[in-house]
Design a protein around this ligand. Structure first.
Ligand code: TLP
Length: 355
């Protein structure tokens, strides 16, 4: 591994740098033109990813967003609806792509904890009356990023899948951090991926690859997805140089994501004793979201516009980076590229910024 970052960068698990093994694999990669299907490293990565998800085939994507949006485009027709949880990434952080690219409307279900129940999904599905849009797809997010990294239990997924199947809907999983979910549940990732028509997961989040996500599904689905990826400008050429890092990510980094989940849990244990900070849910994976109390971290300084931003700015002065999500919520995400003493560093920083 490269020397640990001197700062404690908890803004996201996307901030990790490729490991020495990844850099070596990148330098040594066999490559070809992937638009002709001739990049051997990409072809191997696609086989390995499909196998891990228990799918027939997979496709190397430049980003998770392109993976999700390609899946929606292939599964749906313009003018139809997609059932999503209200805080999902697909709805909130993909620049309205489902509307602009695929002509889709979200049908958002508001939940307390980020976990939709089968009855709620059933109630959201439009009846077959001519003046309604057709509901075409249900998308789940596991782990659920903005719900504090919550893991959707497998039985909840199965219940939703059975409702969706019954109604003839397609099912997509945004599994950007599927390996963190699998580690929490103590099952192989293919069990979390089971029962979906398509699954997207990221190589560039907790697994440390510099670029890339995988879209997995049946062979006919992936054939279509390959066309859509090209249409979106995502056809890549000798991208085996980056796929090589993705292969190392799958081989070497998957087994260790449980450590990231554990670090988030230990961080929460210590932070929950701090007055003025409330952890929204005990972390199940590598994401921790807390709310910042006004009395403790409210700012009198000019130009500071929110407690969360004020808190984050003060932490930064102590070498700890976190992400202000809105006026009151702050996110911290654990990953392998953090120093050994991360919990101590965070606690020291928090102690020095308090009232
Ligand atoms: N999430 C990123 C940012 O977009 C906020 C992060 O730091 O968490 N699905 C989920 C659940 C995600 O969390 C993300 C990225 C994506 C999809 C999109 O992946 P990319 O960034 O590769 O397009």
């Amino acid at each position: 591994m490269a020397p640990k970052l001197p700062i404690v960068d908890l803004r996201s698990d996307t901030v990790t740098r490729p490991t020495p093994a990844m850099r070596k694999a990148m330098a040594d990669a066999d490559v070809g033109d992937d638009v002709y299907g001739e990049d051997p490293t990409i072809n191997r990565l696609e086989e390995e990813a499909a196998e891990m998800m228990g799918c027939e085939a997979s496709l190397f994507m430049p980003s998770g967003t392109m993976g999700n949006q390609t899946a929606l485009f292939v599964h749906c027709r313009p003018g139809s609806e997609v059932v999503v949880e209200a805080r999902s990434h697909i709805l909130n952080y993909e620049m309205a792509a489902m509307a602009t690219i695929s002509g889709l409307l979200p049908n958002a279900i508001y939940t307390e904890d980020g976990i939709m129940k089968a009855e709620e999904v059933l109630a959201a599905i439009r009846p077959d009356i001519y003046y309604y849009a057709r509901t075409r797809l249900v998308a789940l997010e596991n782990t659920h990023n903005m719900a504090g990294g919550r893991v959707i239990p497998l039985e909840v997924q199965r219940d939703i899948q059975s409702v969706a199947r019954d109604k003839g809907l397609a099912l997509h999983l945004d599994g950007a951090r599927i390996f963190n979910a699998a580690a929490f549940l103590g099952v192989p990732a293919r069990e979390v991926a089971a029962g979906f028509d398509s699954v997207m997961f990221c190589l560039s989040k907790g697994l440390g690859a510099p670029v890339g996500s995988m879209l997995c599904g049946s062979a006919p689905f992936i054939t279509e997805a390959r066309r859509v990826r090209k249409m979106l400008g995502g056809g890549m050429r000798q991208a085996g140089v980056i796929a090589a890092a993705g292969r190392v990510a799958l081989q070497e980094m998957v087994p260790r994501v449980a450590e990231d989940n554990d670090l988030a849990r230990r961080l929460a244990e210590d932070l929950k004793g701090v007055p003025g900070l409330v952890i929204i849910v005990p972390p199940e994976s590598n994401i921790l979201i807390l709310t910042v109390g006004r009395d403790w971290y409210g700012s009198e300084e000019p130009g500071e516009d929110s407690r969360a931003e004020g808190f984050v700015r003060r932490l930064r002065a102590h070498g700890v980076l976190a992400l202000a999500l809105d006026g009151v919520r702050v996110r911290m995400v654990t990953h392998f590229d953090l120093p050994e003493n991360t919990v101590d560093r965070v606690m020291q920083a928090v102690a020095s910024v308090g009232r």
